[in-house]
Design a protein around this ligand. Structure first.
Ligand SMILES: [Zn+2]
Length: 442
């Protein structure tokens, strides 16, 4: 609740005035460090298991993050990238073909599920599987919150290139409410979408009786992962499944409480609930990543889709908070999401893009620093009107709504107030500007 957050924020007002503060939110490291080779920050959290994220205790300390591992000033992603230089990709591709042969259909029926949106990465994976490796993929999509024109166009472009697609769209009334709660409680506009997007392909694979699911990139390319996750061909299982007895949370609130208080049915919350590991094993589902077997290059994937389809479109203007036009183009909420990573961790979209391109050898570190300085913290103006409308909940739409939101209407002023309360004193300081300002950039 914003009112509660404001109290906490006001209690810390002294900290924002100091030259340096040691008060951190989300368990972030007190000392800010930037990777010597790519400039990524040590404040970057690793992939989170969203469905067990509990916010029952103190509102700024219970959202506990594990952050990117640094050694001798070099981040995990760069160290991992260096290790990959020695990989014999021909040998890896041979292993990949062997694995595909195990699952290859003998009568030409569907034999692989390819989750994605038809963006450059999922396009390339499905396209190569069909036209290079001779497989029979069916694609599936967990629809964005608010489609952009570019996103819609690129999904159709994918389909028109020779793919059947199963597009699952959530109940909009519930999805808007849950996304709104995630913003108010965690400043995480994508939590609900991530939960659905990770849970859905397994359920679809079960429904279609196709056990092999192939994703594009493994998040382990960029962070060290949770304890149990080591880097192999598989996706990080605990992000996509749940243990039978796990208590589930959405927006940090127990799911059972949300159901009871707001009067929701099982059907209404089903899309967010992952398959149990038991069920996953019983069905023999195997989820792997294409990037484990191939020298993955995002910009290269863009050239691939451009050359192998008729109507792929880049965003008409550069995305908010960055200089690029070719990644994360499907959802209007994207802009808002990257703005919130800046607010919580001091890392905006330009930094994600630039670090990535430095590691891929597309730009150098000085260019990266200049781009980060220029775009970090840019306010996501372009879709804000649509986003505010989508996130505004009618007062009488749910019973007991006032238990969860102190203002059902979502406005830019409300969002601005909320954002300030999520800024950690060790990353932001009070100056003459209206908003708190970032202390450190690479
Ligand atoms: Zn690095």
């Amino acid at each position: 609740m914003l009112s509660k957050r404001k109290n906490n924020f006001n209690n810390l007002s002294e900290e924002y005035l100091k030259d340096k503060s040691e008060v951190t939110f989300y368990n972030l490291p007190k000392k800010v460090e930037f990777c010597k080779t790519c400039t990524m920050s040590n404040q970057k959290p690793i992939q989170t298991i969203e469905h067990t994220q509990n916010l029952s205790e103190n509102i700024t300390t219970s959202d506990k993050k594990v952050t990117l591992d640094f050694k001798d000033g070099i981040c995990y992603a760069c160290r991992h990238r260096n290790k990959k230089k020695d990989i014999d990709w021909k040998k890896k591709e041979f292993e990949f073909r062997k694995l595909l042969d195990k699952y290859r259909s003998r009568n030409g029926s569907y034999d692989i599920v390819c989750p994605g949106s038809g963006g450059k990465d999922s396009f390339k994976v499905a396209h190569e599987l069909k036209y290079k490796y001779g497989m029979n993929p069916i694609t599936c999509t967990f629809a964005p919150c608010i489609y952009t024109d570019t996103g819609k166009n690129n999904l159709i472009n994918w389909i028109n290139t020779g793919f059947s697609n199963y597009n699952f769209t959530m109940d909009g009334k519930i999805h808007r409410l849950f996304t709104r709660l995630c913003i108010d409680n965690l400043l995480h506009p994508f939590q609900t979408w991530i939960m659905g997007q990770k849970a859905f392909p397994n359920k679809f694979a079960k429904m279609m009786k196709i056990p092999l699911v192939i994703y594009g990139e493994n998040p382990r390319e960029y962070d060290q992962g949770t304890k149990s996750a080591f880097y192999d061909e598989n996706v990080i299982r605990e992000l996509h499944t749940r243990e039978k007895n796990d208590e589930l949370f959405i927006a940090g609130i127990p799911l059972e409480k949300l159901k009871k208080d707001l009067g929701l049915s099982n059907a209404e919350v089903e899309p967010y609930i992952p398959m149990t590991t038991e069920d996953y094993d019983k069905e023999g589902i195997k989820c792997i990543t294409f990037s484990y077997y191939h020298d993955w290059h995002q910009q290269g994937n863009y050239y691939y889709v451009r050359d192998n389809s008729e109507d792929f479109k880049l965003s008409e203007q550069r995305s908010a908070g960055t200089y690029s036009r070719y990644s994360s183009l499907d959802d209007k909420i994207d802009d808002l999401y990257y703005y919130t990573t800046f607010v919580k961790f001091g890392i905006g979209r330009a930094q994600y893009d630039a670090c990535h391109e430095v590691r891929a050898g597309d730009i150098n570190i000085e260019e990266a620093k200049a781009l980060i300085k220029k775009y970090t913290g840019e306010y996501p103006t372009r879709f804000m009107k649509d986003i505010c409308k989508w996130l505004s909940i009618k007062k009488d739409a749910f019973k007991n709504l006032d238990k969860f939101l102190d203002q059902p209407e979502f406005t830019e002023e409300y969002f601005a107030d909320l954002c300030e309360t999520f800024k950690s004193p060790h990353l932001f300081k009070k100056t003459n500007e209206k908003k708190l300002q970032i202390r450190y950039l690479p």
